[in-house]
Design a binder for this molecule. Structure first.
Ligand SMILES: C[S@@+](CC[C@H](N)C(=O)[O-])C[C@H]1O[C@@H](n2cnc3c(N)ncnc32)[C@H](O)[C@@H]1O
Length: 474
């Protein structure tokens, strides 16, 4: 176990018992794939209007599925002591719902900002009321005295927020982190920025809770807004010129609002298991083999969405430098950056994926071969590696649920659900499309250029159900 928290080995150790008495599937792979249950009856994975407030608006994140969907999947597929994993945990919908329902859960996510928000959501205010109140008071008191402007590595942030607001936010960050001191120094260990981010004690939920409050103040004060492409940040005028005390008051109000949002959650069962949220890469999950009963997740789609740029202000506030941001983007699946040019097609990606890539390779449009093909190859290589890891950590008899959307390259439809299904089958997992829904509001609708090739594009959201058999099916 390579986990960043001492909780991991203990947790994983308790998961190691595999129930060998469960019946094995004996049918052929095709028969068994069609035997997997349909999930047509469960709630839509699309978020409703009531999921655009409370916990759901702590962060600038448009991705995410509905809580009711996760609840229905857990009711359908989980047993009492199961451990649930989301390896693309994002804003933490899976881990939030698993906690509410009393299940043990683990979230893995590459973006440290989303890790902090998701960890912050694991706090149960009723259990920590006095501690949180006292800590808030001490943080504000210390930040009031702290007046040095700490240089931020990426000067650009000044243009969005202005020095008057930045200075108190940096003071808050420093006092929050100082209350749990670091034993690591950059130079003495010769570690990179990335290692520092990982090793700093962000992983304590209380630290994450206060950092999440600082991030939310940053959003309220800063002049960030999204253009028609939701991943890009635009600059606006009118920077904050208020006093430091205004920022500190805002922070206290934000803490109160977050505590209310957390208290408003309904817990249905005894919740002895706060989720474990880890910063990590789905391609090298920090978990031992066969320790997970159920995966509920949604990977980045094949739409070249950048998940890092929208959280750039928070990352810069944490101390991220340019090269760190670039590294992070390159490790993030689906990002519009070419990591390397020499990916090879793998036969076991399945015929739908290979036919699609062949069509892109001969497409007459500009940059199809030089830019889009390497980016797409990279995406499918990552998708396949992620499935290999999911198979490794799943217990025999365990299930995985993946929510994916189809999209288009020019006029060619990318049947992403079918592609993930075929990839899983190539790994000797049973897989089926258990639910399909036509999606009306798709990000591509915002982009006029993407409509140029096919005027009536239809998009599907597929729920892929995967089952890991007790023994190989071939
Ligand atoms: C579709 S979103 C998941 C949304 C999530 N279900 C929710 O409710 O918020 C995909 C997530 O995968 C994360 N991600 C991208 N590449 C990753 C990688 N290599 N390892 C782990 N997480 C990654 C992105 O940062 C993003 O948060």
């Amino acid at each position: 176990v390579l986990g960043c928290s001492e909780d991991v080995p203990r947790l994983v150790a308790t998961m190691a018992v595999v129930n060998l008495n469960m019946p094995a599937y004996t049918a052929s792979i095709n028969e068994t794939n069609s035997m997997l249950p349909s999930l047509e009856h469960i709630h839509s994975s699309k978020r409703g209007k009531n999921e655009r407030n409370g916990l759901h608006i702590w962060h600038p994140y448009y991705a995410g599925y509905s809580e009711q969907f996760v609840r229905d999947v857990i009711k359908e597929l989980a047993s009492t002591n199961d451990v649930i994993l989301d390896p693309w945990n994002g804003s933490g919908t899976t881990t939030v719902v698993a906690q509410q329902m009393g299940y043990r859960s683990i979230g893995v996510e590459i973006n440290p900002v989303m890790v902090i928000h998701a960890r912050a959501k694991t706090i149960i205010p009723a259990e920590r009321h006095a501690e949180l109140r006292e800590r808030t008071r001490r943080i504000v008191q210390a930040a009031t005295r702290y007046s040095t402007v700490i240089p931020v590595e990426n000067d650009e942030i000044y243009q969005y927020i202005g020095i008057n607001a930045l200075q108190p936010l940096l003071s808050l960050k420093a006092t929050i982190l100082r209350s749990r001191p670091l034993n690591i120094s950059h130079s003495s260990l010769g570690i990179t920025k990335r290692d520092v981010l990982i090793h700093q004690k962000y992983h304590h939920p209380i630290t994450s809770f206060f950092l999440s409050a600082v991030f939310q103040c940053l959003r309220k004060i800063g002049n960030f807004h999204h253009g028609s492409n939701p991943t890009w940040l635009l600059k606006r005028e009118n920077l904050f010129h208020g006093e430091k005390t205004e920022v500190l008051v805002l922070f206290q109000e934000q803490v109160q609002r977050m505590l209310k949002d957390l208290s408003d959650q309904e817990f249905h069962r005894e919740f002895a298991h706060p989720p474990l949220i880890l910063e990590g890469n789905v391609k090298i999950l920090p978990l031992s083999d066969s320790c997970i009963d159920l995966i509920i997740t949604s990977p980045p789609y094949c739409t070249r969405i950048d998940y890092i740029i929208p959280t750039k202000p928070e990352l810069v506030l944490l101390g991220a430098e340019k090269h760190y941001l670039e590294d992070l983007r390159r490790s993030t699946m689906g990002a519009p950056v070419i990591v390397k040019r020499n990916y090879n097609y793998r036969n076991n990606w399945g015929s739908t994926c290979l036919d699609f890539l062949a069509a892109v390779e001969i497409h007459p449009s500009k940059a199809s071969r030089s830019y889009y093909l390497p980016v797409l190859l990279q995406y499918f290589d990552d998708a396949f590696s992620a499935l290999v890891e999911m198979k490794r950590v799943l217990k025999p008899g365990g299930h995985a649920i993946l929510v994916v959307q189809s999209s288009y390259y020019k006029e060619i439809e990318i049947l992403l659900g079918q592609i993930y299904k075929e990839m899983a089958q190539a790994l000797d997992l049973y897989a089926s499309i258990a639910r399909r829904e036509v999606v009306r509001q798709h990000m591509a609708h915002l982009n006029k250029k993407s409509r140029r090739y096919v005027s009536d594009k239809v998009y599907h959201e597929d729920v892929i159900l995967i089952y890991k058999p007790y023994r190989g099916c071939k």
